[in-house]
Design a protein around this ligand. Structure first.
Ligand code: NAD
Length: 472
């Protein structure tokens, strides 16, 4: 039974190429019946999948399918068409997905713990929660779906994935490649896609047969999901927005730092949850950093991601494009200085040139909001303690970075940043073995590492029976 009981009808959904604004494909969204059937099939598969001792091998086989050259290029091409990212980045996303799947499969997770008690040995086993609803955004549609699938399937869960309505095609294609009816290693129904908009997502998470919700997306929707899931006391993992600060200290190696900072701010046209979205620079190197960033921005070719020379593709959807335009209107009204970019491209497509903004206050919308676009505000500081305080003055808490040569000082300041991940002289690297989490408006729960996998399990304790490693 669901909370929103009105029947959801299947509708036509046009998937748009953000570089041309042309319709790539018109597909049908899922209906009420499709949601019920996907969950029923998942539950049926759960009965055998949770006891399947070959799960990790099957995940390794999935990784091999994803990493197969022909699949990499075919998926990457479709990804560029529906999401906009340059071909090079699309290929990197598919290859990172294959790597993630394999690395998660290779992680060792405690399956049980024996505890000596006053009444004998107790054993706590970690069991699959059951049906996991995975809801994904449009910025890394394949990678985020694969990461959720790998962690859920590893511990015996089954998965129903609802991709973003802006970028459903690559996710659906990827799931087809990995499941038996499409020639893949996984039994059909162990993972299945449900295409649709927010109504399908709401319907999915409010179903009593969904046992865990793994959501990546915006803070506002994350809040709505927490409320909906609470009705059935369904557990959630919420990976939400970010407004990461990079802090460049007076002793930073500017030549080495600037290309990395540029990459961390403008990859995927800035649509990166852990991208640098505010850059604080010490006054002694401020002009040097700003000029070097502006030079890189001016030299970056903006265009259709399908073109081999393109460095920065379009924003992925009209709604995001309009958000960037609104933030830049506000920035201009404040008389901030636009050092480079600040304009759209002529013709169709949601293109915005890479933009470096200075002379802007900390309370401007461009600084306080998650821009999620190719625009970087650069703010001046003179005292590192002040820079840390300003970096922490946000409701987000995803990541942050410090750039400099004095290791001891960097470490001391890193401990003061109020966020889930801190990078020193780099920004944005993630690893399947390393727990990833946000704080406050950036969400809760953990993904990756064995703690990420454990969060998709329930603990079940036994008194009076002793269990070995492979006992169920
Ligand atoms: P979004 O929150 O608008 O949508 C995400 C998904 O939720 C989509 O599939 C959407 O259809 C679905 N949805 C919307 N309303 C829903 C509801 N009420 N119930 C259930 N499902 C619903 O996010 P977006 O615009 O697609 O993605 C951009 C956001 O994602 C940014 O804020 C970004 O920071 C965040 N993000 C976070 C991480 C992270 O790991 N922290 C990673 C990538 C992206």
């Amino acid at each position: 039974m669901s909370i929103d009981t009105e029947l959801i009808e299947s509708r036509a959904l046009q998937v748009i190429n953000p570089a041309t604004e042309e319709v790539i494909e018109e597909i049908r969204t899922a209906s009420e019946r499709d949601v019920r059937e996907a969950i029923a099939l998942a539950k049926q598969r759960l009965a055998t999948w949770r006891w399947n001792t070959n799960r990790r091998d099957l995940l390794r086989e999935c990784a091999a399918v994803l990493g197969d050259k022909r699949n990499v290029f075919a998926l990457a091409k479709l990804l560029t068409t529906e999401q906009g990212k340059p071909k090079r980045e699309a290929v990197a996303e598919i290859m990172a997905s294959a790597h993630w799947m394999k690395s998660i499969a290779n992680l060792d997770m405690p399956t049980h713990a024996n505890i000596e008690t006053r009444v004998g040995t107790a054993t706590t086993r970690y069991e699959a929660k059951g049906v996991v609803a995975a809801i994904t955004p449009w910025n890394f549609p394949v990678f985020l779906a694969v990461s959720k699938m790998a962690q859920a399937l590893y511990s015996g869960n089954v998965v129903v994935i609802k991709p973003s309505p802006h970028t459903p095609l690559t996710t659906v294609r990827m799931i087809s490649l990995l499941t038996e009816s499409g020639g893949g290693p996984l039994p059909d129904g162990v993972v299945s896609p449900l295409v649709g908009e927010a109504d399908i997502g709401k319907r999915l998470i409010s179903d009593v047969d969904v046992n865990h919700v793994s959501f990546t997306g915006s803070t506002n929707v994350g809040r709505q999901i927490a409320v909906s899931a609470a009705a059935n006391l369904t557990s959630t993992t919420l990976e939400l927005g970010g407004n990461d600060a990079g802090i460049v200290c007076s002793d930073a190696n500017v030549q080495e730092a600037v290309p990395k900072i540029f990459e961390a701010a403008f990859t995927n046209a800035g649509q990166f949850c852990t991208g640098i979205k505010r850059l604080f620079v010490h006054e002694s190197v401020f002009d040097e950093v700003v000029n070097a960033l502006a030079t890189k921005a001016d030299a970056s070719r903006v265009g259709d991601g399908a073109h081999p020379q393109t460095r920065i593709g379009p924003l992925s959807c009209r709604q995001q494009f309009e958000k960037v335009l609104r933030l830049m209107d506000d920035t201009r009204a404040r008389d901030a200085t636009i050092k480079s970019g600040g304009t759209t491209l002529d013709g169709p497509g949601y293109f915005y040139r890479p933009t470096i903004v200075t002379n802007i206050e900390d309370d401007a919308a461009l600084v306080t909001e998650e821009q999620f676009g190719p625009v970087l505000p650069v703010l001046r500081f003179s005292d590192i303690e002040d820079a840390i305080a300003r970096a922490n003055r946000t409701s987000f808490g995803l990541g942050g970075s410090l750039w400099g040569e004095d290791d001891a000082m960097l470490r001391e300041q890193a401990a003061k940043l109020n966020c889930g991940t801190v990078w020193l002289n780099q920004h944005g690297a993630l690893d399947p073995a390393v727990p990833f989490s946000g704080r406050r408006d950036s969400g809760n729960g953990i993904e990756n590492g064995w703690r990420g996998i454990m969060s998709m399990t329930n603990a079940k304790s036994y008194f009076g029976i002793s269990h070995s490693d492979d006992a169920h």
